[in-house]
Design a protein around this ligand. Structure first.
Ligand SMILES: [Zn+2]
Length: 405
């Protein structure tokens, strides 16, 4: 009689549906349902610790404490502020990184008290991404309670800098320094619902400043004008032709400058956002943009025979790398099969998430959402409806087990 240890059972080429019926995995899925009320309490308490952009430390410390309490190993905080904890498998590889982000878009001093009405929680960040953090903690707890052993290792990460000008700095540090070359697969849990993101929309963001000596609108007439130079640049940008597939976009989102209606301005500025899921298309657009800005300034200076010549400095204030994990890749197929096995029918989506960084590096990566239903992400009125939210946790747990082999 041969006794097959569990890890061997999981290592076999079981489909996600078969895996869901494995007694140990089934016990973990049952634990998820049992633990969901506690997970929701955790979601509230984590969310009431402020985590403004670039100041995730307090919430990070709490995650470190919770990771340690749940038995993760090598719990630590890296240079960027990512909180890392390891759940070793039979082998170090494959190493699945399972992540959720700590940061919010809300500035310091925001009231982060969570209120409840029936099944609905309301508070800044409650869905994006307190839900992801709570789900991750519940997955760790439920795997532990059911004594699930995986062939590969799962590294859990509560990361920094996902939102806005955070510019994915947590992921850049994790993949570029902290765990460089050690990550085989990546799943992040972000927000609410049951979506799967396999296309990472990349973006370049610029703040472009135009400068000149400025002067009196009447007395100094005949000088180049920074605002008029910027107008030329905007007209050129507006005329760009971009591919519709892959969807590639541009937007001049904010402008400013000048001091008075009767003064030639000494300064003008604009903020520009360009996006695409295709790295080559994004790079081509970026080159066109930089050329157009330069050309616009040259034309403005020529127009006024270089009197009071305008200079320009485009400052890159954000880069999100683009990438895609193909529909046919094992990680995407597994995610869809896991969803189906649990009765969740999902379509694939595009997004701009932590997974952009590994996608761009060619590491299999997706972002899944954390269950329940949300409204008003990035607003003070953000809500999260906890009804059936356990479905998201179950799906994430089964996916983690299916990928850690
Ligand atoms: Zn998010």
């Amino acid at each position: 009689m041969l006794i097959v240890p569990l890890w061997a059972a999981i290592a076999l080429a079981q489909t996600p549906a078969e895996l869901a019926n494995d007694p140990t995995v089934r016990a973990a899925l049952e634990a998820v349902r049992r633990n969901e009320p506690a997970a929701i309490e955790q979601e509230v308490s984590v969310c009431e610790i402020p985590a403004p952009p670039f100041h995730e430390e307090a919430r990070g410390q709490e995650l470190k404490r919770l990771f340690t309490g749940l038995g993760l190993q090598e719990v630590r905080i890296d240079k960027a502020g990512n909180v890392i904890g390891v759940r070793p498998g039979r082998a170090a590889h494959p190493n699945l990184v399972f992540a959720a982000h700590l940061d919010t878009v809300f500035p310091e001093g925001t009231n982060v008290k969570v209120t409840r009405e029936g099944t609905v929680l309301k508070g800044p960040g409650i869905g994006d991404d307190c839900r992801g953090l709570a789900l991750m903690l519940s997955v760790i707890r439920s795997l532990r309670e059911a004594h699930v052993e995986t062939p590969g290792t799962i590294t859990f990460v509560a990361d920094v800098g996902e939102e806005g000008l955070g510019d994915l700095r947590g992921m850049k540090e994790l993949f570029g320094v902290t765990l460089k070359g050690q990550i085989d697969k990546f799943v992040s849990v972000d927000g609410t619902g049951l979506g799967v993101v396999n296309v990472g929309v990349g973006s370049y963001r610029y703040r472009v400043t135009f400068k000149g000596p400025g002067g009196h609108s009447y007395g100094a007439f005949g000088m180049a004008n920074p605002i008029q130079a910027m107008g030329r640049a905007i007209a050129k940008i507006d005329a760009f032709e971009v591919p519709s597939r892959p969807k590639t976009t541009f937007n001049v989102g904010r402008v400013g400058g000048g001091t008075s209606v009767n003064a030639i301005p000494y300064e003008a500025w604009m903020e520009v956002d360009m996006r695409s899921s295709d790295p080559a298309a994004l790079k081509a657009l970026d080159e066109k943009f930089n050329a157009a800005v330069k050309q616009a300034v040259q034309e403005e200076n020529q127009r006024w025979n270089n009197r009071g010549a305008v200079t320009v400095s485009p400052e890159l204030v954000g880069i999100r790398p683009a990438g895609e994990t193909p529909r046919s890749s094992p990680i995407v197929e597994t995610a869809l099969a896991v969803s189906r096995a649990l009765g969740v029918e999902e379509v694939l989506r595009e997004g701009s998430t932590d997974a952009n960084v590994p996608m761009n590096l060619g590491i299999p990566a997706i972002t899944i959402s954390g269950g329940g239903a949300g409204t008003g992400a990035h607003s003070l009125n953000e809500t999260f409806d906890t009804r059936d939210s356990w479905k998201g946790t179950e799906r994430a747990l089964l996916l983690a087990v299916a990928l850690a082999r």
